[in-house]
Ligand binder design. Structure first.
Ligand code: SAM
Length: 402
């Protein structure tokens, strides 16, 4: 079971995302957050869920599922980590939504039974927080297409490669510090990141984050998805991009409303837009490139690969290469090739310079100095990146009779 994310969760004492709702007010606040996200960013307002047949894979404790139920969806939940089932059932009972829970099943995505008829297919398939760990990508795109009605939606929330750069940095720091101190994951995380963690509000506890990000073997470059490749693979599997956060479709394109662009043109515009958004995704703020930059595109890819490699084995020579890439990134950020507001540019430069100072401290191997830096450096404390993206695909192609 070490090759699945839920196998990893089965070995843990805590559920990865449980928010421990205490009462009605917590659910109301969560519903409000999801309503804004789904309406404003994903263009799927709650009305669309009324009476919908919804299949949610990997609901964990079921807090998002409760909101789908409140919106009137008939929910089928598939959660292979069976320790979560009791929490899901008790949430649905406590908030009087049992009637909306059609089925709670133990299959994972690939094991889920294929529908026999179109009526058995779903209007919405939702898979948040894990689907990127199933490789190759085409497997789950095809499986979800099999499960969704034509015109239906697939909602995914996943780890994106460039947006996860800072997540990889945190993993490097954590691994290096543990190597030097022999501390267990949680006390090491507290020594390094307590100040950072406390600097922003969180629904989940730090121990969940340690388990779900810092030591999670699936939060690695090998699993992260890149939006251009993802959207191309989705096109090939009979989906079309409906919405995403951040945007992948070229929102700067303008043309007459009666014109419909061919799929190939849309894909080309999307690829260009995504590539020019790399820095926005790394830093989680607007840094649009005035033009595509093949050299910086490959340099950023190299920076990701080197950083990811330092998690397994910290080598000062590779750390030095990262510093050189950061110097190039600093220069790019200062140039007019990046369209950005002044405050955003300054904030990202602060992060880059902070990492430039951090690598030599990591290489020097003084654990106390590492912890001191992480607890006091303002640039490090305020940098979080944008590791998680949402994408919604609509099923365009009919599979014919099931
Ligand atoms: C990080 S949690 C996310 C929970 C919730 N969807 C959210 O976004 O808050 C991932 C969940 O997906 C489940 N999971 C992992 N691999 C899965 C798979 N292949 N099929 C279905 N569920 C899976 C895990 O057991 C866990 O409950």
């Amino acid at each position: 079971m070490n090759d699945t994310l839920y196998g990893y969760y089965r070995q843990q004492d805590v559920l990865p995302t449980v928010g421990h709702f205490q009462g009605e007010a917590d659910l109301v606040a969560h519903e409000e957050h999801r309503r804004r996200l789904f309406t404003d960013k994903l263009k799927l307002p709650p009305q669309l869920f009324r009476g919908a047949r919804l299949l949610e894979f990997g609901p964990d404790a079921g807090e998002n599922s409760l909101v789908f139920a409140l919106w009137g969806a008939d929910c089928t939940l598939a959660e292979p980590h069976e320790k979560a089932h009791a929490t899901i059932r008790s949430y649905f009972a406590r908030f009087q939504q049992d009637a909306r829970l059609q089925q709670l099943r133990p299959e994972d995505v690939l094991q889920f039974p294929a529908p026999l008829t179109e009526a058995e297919r779903f209007d919405v398939v939702d898979a948040e927080g894990f689907i990127y760990t199933i490789l190759p990508t085409r497997l789950w795109l095809d499986k979800c297409a099999q499960l969704t009605r034509t015109g239906g939606f697939l909602v995914i929330f996943y780890c994106e490669a460039y947006g996860s750069f800072m997540e990889l940095m945190l993993k490097v720091v954590h691994a290096r510090y543990r190597e030097l101190t022999c501390l267990a994951p949680q006390p090491a995380a507290e020594k390094l990141f307590q100040t950072k963690w406390d600097s922003i509000p969180h629904k989940r506890r730090m121990e969940s984050w340690t388990m779900d990000v810092l030591v999670n073997p699936f939060v690695r470059l090998k699993y992260f998805l890149e939006p251009r490749t993802l959207c191309d693979a989705a096109d090939a599997a009979g989906w079309s991009l409906y919405s995403s956060w951040p945007h992948y479709a070229d929102t700067l394109d303008v043309h007459w409303f009666k014109r419909t662009l061919p799929a190939e043109t849309l894909a080309r515009l999307r690829a260009d837009y995504v590539e020019r958004s790399r820095l926005s995704q790394i830093f989680g703020r607007k840094h649009f490139l005035a033009r595509t930059e093949p050299e910086s595109e490959s340099a950023l890819g190299e920076l990701l690969t080197l950083t990811d490699g330092l998690i397994d084995c910290y080598e000062a020579t590779n750390a030095e290469l990262c510093v050189q890439h950061l110097a190039r990134l600093e220069k790019l950020l200062q140039s007019d090739a990046v369209l950005a507001d002044a405050a955003d540019r300054d904030a990202s430069l602060q992060t880059v310079r902070s990492y430039q100072r951090l690598f030599p401290i990591l290489s020097a191997g003084n654990a106390h100095a590492i912890a001191e830096f992480c607890s006091t450096d303002a640039g490090f404390i305020r940098s979080w990146g944008m590791p998680s993206h949402f994408a919604v695909f609509q099923k365009t192609a009919s599979l014919g009779p099931a």
